[in-house]
Write a protein that binds this ligand. Structure first.
Ligand code: 5AD
Ligand code: SF4
Length: 467
């Protein structure tokens, strides 16, 4: 593969976009309100915060829902077929809304658009879309909006460069917890995965830029930061002066932000140094999302995961030794091409052996352009559905057993909101990453509260306050 160098967006380019934002502000035909519909992972959720920041700079405010917005932007995902279909279904539905509101502008951006030829196909089949752009073009939204408002034709921009844009305006979803992207893209090319094709080559932000952002968040009162990347464990390799993820964490820990979390990790890059830093740190939470994907070595090899079941289990053991009680979560795929019943059983036994606190389980979805899409013996939907049901049952049983370790224990909860089931209860996440409900009111939102765990219900623990 030819080496691609990351491209840093220059200050001059950013200034140009700020000027476009001002121009848009003064256009009489510009939308007054926006609504962003986000699909997919936390990366996309954070991208939407940046998109919202830029739209605000263009003078728009957020609409209460998509029916009442002048501009609806779909920030899409393409990691599985159902994410794509849902997005396209919703885009089509909006066409009806436009009959009532002819001023309505429709935009589509994100991973789905970044697939080769996709933008053109969508625009041909969905002629009512006004604006489409890929993940690398996000920072150019002001200019694209300006052009879309000055033409009758659709504006499309998808570029291949591996961009890093600093200092974009941001409209964060929460005041108490914040995302920080530390790296973009992925070089792993797991054989089922489209991400390396749509998010480009792996590239890291400079540690100084990350620390600066974290300090600003700390000074604004943020209690928790979540570091984001497709594979945060290989952070820093692309830098002129390489820095390890463990070292970055050590420096972030020293800032005294109460809570630090990160995702996602690749087991092959989970170093002893990282485990040691986590064990010694004050603020890195005792939780780890470690996608295993499968429990059988032959399948892991065909997935191009570059670790074995044994190596994975050894990493889990090491984490548990160093950080007793650590919260463990994972991602698992069933129905990978050629997966036999016996191989699937290896996934079941691994889930039982580890005892995860929670797991995201997926039916394999062939993605055009990936190696696995061309593999023989694609598994039928019936077989895959049967397997995922059995996997979920095994996971739920393991989860109950795993989570009973918290009964009677003390935990700290960052309260996120009122509980959906009661007006006298609030909920949030404990340090181990598990959702906890406790007595409380709106005044507790954004606070860290101490509780003793008294019960377990479905995926949630319940606690009593002890402060
Ligand atoms: N089919 C099903 N699941 C997938 N994932 C990634 N690509 C696919 C695919 N083609 C899952 C992996 C990954 C998570 C984010 O999505 O488990 O860890
Ligand atoms: Fe996809 Fe594998 Fe990269 Fe994760 S590590 S984004 S699964 S290619």
């Amino acid at each position: 593969m030819a080496e691609r160098k990351p491209v840093h967006v220059t200050e001059a380019e950013l200034e140009e976009q700020r000027q476009y934002a001002l121009e848009v502000r003064s256009l009489p035909q510009r939308p007054e309100t926006y609504f962003i519909v986000t699909y997919g992972c936390q990366m996309n959720a954070h991208d939407s915060e940046l998109l919202a920041g830029m739209l605000r700079d263009m003078g728009m405010s957020e609409a209460p829902d998509r029916e009442n917005a002048d501009f609806v932007l779909f920030n899409t995902c393409c990691v599985r077929d159902n994410a794509e279909r849902r997005a396209l279904g919703n885009v089509t539905w909006l066409k009806e809304v436009r009959k009532k509101n002819p001023r309505l502008m429709i935009g589509v951006c994100g991973c789905m658009i970044q697939q080769p030829g996709m933008a053109e196909t969508i625009l041909k089949q969905y002629r009512f879309i006004d604006l489409a752009f890929g993940t690398a073009n996000l920072y150019r939204l002001p200019e694209l909006m300006y052009r879309a408002l000055n033409t009758d034709r659709a504006v499309v921009e998808v570029e291949e460069r591996d961009v890093i844009a600093e200092e974009l305006p941001v409209q964060r979803l929460r005041n108490d917890a914040a995302y920080i992207t530390i790296m973009y893209g992925c070089d792993n090319f797991c054989s089922y995965c489209i991400v390396p094709y749509v998010r480009g080559r792996e590239r890291s932000r400079e540690p100084e830029a990350i620390l600066e952002e974290a300090k600003r968040l700390r000074d604004s009162g943020v209690k928790e930061i979540m570091l984001l990347g497709q594979n945060v464990n290989s952070y820093g390799k692309s830098l002129e002066t390489p820095v390890t993820f463990a070292e970055l964490l050590r420096r972030l820990d020293a800032l005294d932000i109460p809570r630090i979390r990160f995702m996602t990790s690749h087991p092959k890059d989970l170093s002893d140094e990282l485990i040691a830093v986590m064990a010694e740190s004050k603020h890195i939470l005792p939780q780890f999302h470690l996608p295993v994907q499968h429990g059988n070595n032959e399948i892991l090899q065909r997935m191009n995961r570059r670790y074995t079941r044994e190596r994975y289990l050894e990493r889990v053991e090491k984490l548990r030794e160093a950080i007793p009680g650590i919260g463990l979560t994972t991602d698992i795929i069933v129905g990978f091409p050629g997966e036999t019943e016996k191989q699937f059983q290896d996934t079941l036994s691994l889930v039982r052996e580890v005892g995860y606190d929670s797991a995201f389980t997926f039916i394999y979805s062939p993605r055009k352009g990936t190696k696995a899409a061309d593999m023989p013996d694609q598994i039928s939907e019936d077989v895959a559905t049967d397997r995922i049901k059995r996997l979920i049952a095994a996971q739920e049983e393991g989860q109950r057993k795993a989570q009973s370790r918290f009964l009677g224990q003390e935990e700290e909860v960052l309260v996120e909101g009122l509980s959906r089931r009661s007006d006298t209860a609030v909920s949030g996440h404990g340090r181990h990453g598990i959702s906890i409900t406790l007595p409380g009111s709106e005044a507790d939102i954004g606070k860290i509260v101490r509780v003793r765990i008294t019960g377990m219900k479905n995926n949630t623990l319940t606690g009593e306050r002890i402060d």
